[in-house]
Design a protein around this ligand. Structure first.
Ligand SMILES: NC(=O)c1ccc[n+]([C@@H]2O[C@H](COP(=O)([O-])OP(=O)(O)OC[C@H]3O[C@@H](n4cnc5c(N)ncnc54)[C@H](OP(=O)(O)O)[C@@H]3O)[C@@H](O)[C@H]2O)c1
Length: 295
């Protein structure tokens, strides 16, 4: 397989923009496209090449990365009328990094394969800070030889790359990961309410937790956001709700009981109903605060 010189990047949101920025820093030519054109401007100013639609990105690139919201967005940019598949670039490698279900990912990979293109599912763990520091963890499903051929591209954005198995296995692992994240923040939020009712200062509670065996990078980062009531989004709550829904649908297919995740999912539903969907997923704490006030 040829070396990668030009990388196309579709989806310049909270994650895509810093990830594409790191590809530029690593010396790749980067061709960018975003549905809302204005979001491409900072990268164009740093030397990225613009494109009118995903098909044009594919025509100019050796590898195309997608980092968009959900499966319907992935279908649109890869399989839509002006999508990547319409370029008919046989041999093109596609790295699909959005969080979507294993079933959707496998279906899209098969569709691309019929057109002579190889897709890896390659969702990411780590938030905006890890995207900016090029310290993401990438969780890959698909052909290992394709993975080997794109390693320099992945290493420009990540500190860890795990190959989990065939197509879909990366997405599957990503859902496992996010089930843990959502449950941890819900547990922390509930515990904080108990402490506040007992008159304990939130910051001091966090300090104690971070010195004990419950400490974690998640709580260092998001626990602080909750204590400070700073819910500016780095990972929108509506996207975490999407992932919980995908995890539950997948669990249904494989008959894995998920009583805890079902409950955490309902809490996220309540958060969205309360208008918190575009806030950070740590805003789940506001649902617990609301319950405590009502009680
Ligand atoms: N943020 C995190 O911490 C984090 C961490 C790991 C994984 N993820 C996952 O990574 C993906 C991107 O997350 P993000 O935080 O970067 O999301 P975001 O900031 O909301 O950006 C979403 C991107 O998807 C594009 N998009 C949405 N619908 C589209 C459509 N129908 N056609 C074309 N483009 C469409 C948006 O374009 P517009 O600009 O036009 O709206 C935007 O570029 C999601 O699957 C998320 O679950 C996020």
């Amino acid at each position: 397989m040829e070396d990668v010189k030009v990388v196309g990047f579709l989806g310049l949101g909270n994650m895509g923009t810093p990830m594409a920025g790191n590809l530029l820093k690593a010396g790749f030519s980067v061709v960018v496209w975003n549905r809302t054109k204005s979001k491409a401007k900072p990268l164009l100013e740093k030397g990225a090449i613009g494109a009118d639609h995903p098909r044009q990105v594919a025509e100019k690139s050796d590898v195309v990365i997608t980092m968009v919201a959900d499966a319907s967005a992935v279908r649109e940019v890869l399989l839509g009328p002006d999508g990547v598949a319409a370029s008919n670039r046989r041999g093109l490698r596609v790295l699909e990094m959005s969080t979507i279900s294993p079933a959707d990912s496998i279906g899209i990979a098969q569709e691309l394969s019929r057109r002579g293109m190889a897709m890896l599912d390659c969702p990411v763990s780590g938030s905006v800070k890890a995207a900016a520091d090029a310290s993401l963890t990438l969780i890959v499903g698909g052909d290992p030889s394709v993975l080997e051929s794109v390693k320099p591209v992945l290493q420009a954005m990540a500190k860890n790359v795990f190959h989990m198995g065939p197509n879909g296995a990366g997405c599957y692992m990503k859902l496992v990961n996010n089930v843990v994240l959502a449950a941890m923040l819900a547990g922390f939020s509930e515990a904080l309410v108990l402490g506040k009712k007992g008159g304990l200062p939130p910051q001091k509670m966090l300090d104690v937790i971070l010195q004990g065996s419950a400490r974690s990078p998640l709580l260092e980062f998001k626990g602080k956001a909750i204590v400070d009531a700073n819910f500016a989004p780095t990972f929108a709550l509506r996207l975490m709700k999407k992932d919980l829904t995908l995890a539950l649908a997948t669990a249904n297919e494989v008959k894995a009981p998920m009583p805890l995740t079902s409950f955490v999912n309902e809490l996220h539903q309540a958060a969205i109903a309360a208008g918190l969907g575009d806030r950070d997923f740590s805003a789940i704490a506001q649902v617990f605060d609301g319950l405590a006030k009502a009680g």
